[in-house]
Ligand binder design. Structure first.
Ligand code: AMP
Ligand code: MN
Ligand code: MN
Ligand code: MN
Length: 282
């Protein structure tokens, strides 16, 4: 039976497993098609693809691009991208530069509330120094004993309104979508249920996403409630978009669900994977 999971992280960004370990876990869970979608970096794709070949898993090149839309941070997953496409490569490089600058400021802000050495500490947890993300800070803060787990660190220190939250400007939505499209990828609006916005604003976001070439919504993802799955299934049915399914797995013990352990797409949703099962993959 097919089991398709198109949203997963490795240590190349803020996941806990190497690309190879991730692929092996997914294979053991019965995943038949896997996408690696690290934040703003594509360094893990080659290793993951080789591991997937060995494990008999179909592999899809992916990336999760950080975007600023108004006051919101939005994530756009690009699926079946050509990882060598120069505009995409350059766009992601710019985002990574911004991440490094932000991480230094996060370190300074945390020092003001008595947590010292957080930038260096987070760097120690980031296997790829080009991607320092909030989970790396969270893991350092847990290690230092200021909180009992990563989730508690986010609530106390890293979400909007807390001392270690630093407002940051990521890529523009139009740019992110144009890079993904230039790389022959399929832009998917990641975990739409996670954005804190009302219905009217969500409609506007989806309008703009589609206007810039967006093609699919991540209808099934680990932290969507049944109601949210239905809401976004209705969006794709109504607008004739495609639907994706992805766990957003980061690592054992830190994620809501493991690779492949997700509900099926609801009735009447056109699966995003049909686009490449008839074409070639990168
Ligand atoms: P960043 O891109 O550096 O802002 O980090 C975002 C990442 O932090 C997300 O991709 C998640 O992996 C993680 N994250 C965001 N919010 C939370 C939360 N409330 N609890 C745990 N992890 C979170
Ligand atoms: Mn993440
Ligand atoms: Mn995300
Ligand atoms: Mn993700």
């Amino acid at each position: 039976m097919e089991n398709i999971d198109l949203h997963n992280h490795s240590r190349v960004s803020d996941g806990l497993l190497s690309p190879t370990e991730l692929v092996r876990l997914a294979a053991a869970n019965g995943v038949t098609t896997l996408a690696l979608t690290d934040h703003d970096d594509i360094e893990g794709l080659e290793e993951a693809k080789a591991a997937a070949n060995e494990a008999g898993v179909d592999f899809i090149n992916g990336v999760e691009v950080s975007v600023t839309w108004g006051n919101h941070t939005i994530h756009v997953v690009g699926l079946n991208i050509n990882p060598k496409q120069s505009e995409l490569v350059e766009g992601l490089r710019q985002i990574r530069e911004g991440r490094l600058a932000r991480a230094k400021i996060i370190g300074d802000e945390l020092a003001k509330v008595g947590i010292h050495g957080a930038f260096e500490g987070a760097l120690r947890f980031a296997e790829n120094p080009n991607i320092i993300a909030r989970p790396h800070f969270a893991r350092f803060i847990v290690e230092q004993g200021y909180a009992k787990n990563v989730s508690q660190v986010f609530k106390r220190y890293l979400i909007k309104g807390k001392p270690g939250f630093v407002k940051h400007r990521w890529a523009d939505l139009a740019d992110a979508l144009s890079w993904i499209r230039a790389a022959d990828g399929i832009p998917v609006l990641a975990h739409p249920g996670r954005y804190e916005m009302g219905k009217a604003q969500m409609d506007l976001l989806i309008d703009e996403f589609v206007g810039h070439g967006g093609l699919a919504l991540e209808v099934v993802t680990s932290n969507h409630t049944k109601d949210q799955v239905e809401i976004f299934a209705n969006h794709v049915r109504k607008r004739n978009l495609m639907a994706s399914r992805g766990s957003d797995f980061h690592g054992p013990g830190e994620s809501f669900c493991e690779p492949g352990k997700l509900p099926e797409l609801p009735y009447g949703c056109k699966p995003v994977w049909q686009t490449w099962s008839s074409q070639s993959t990168h």
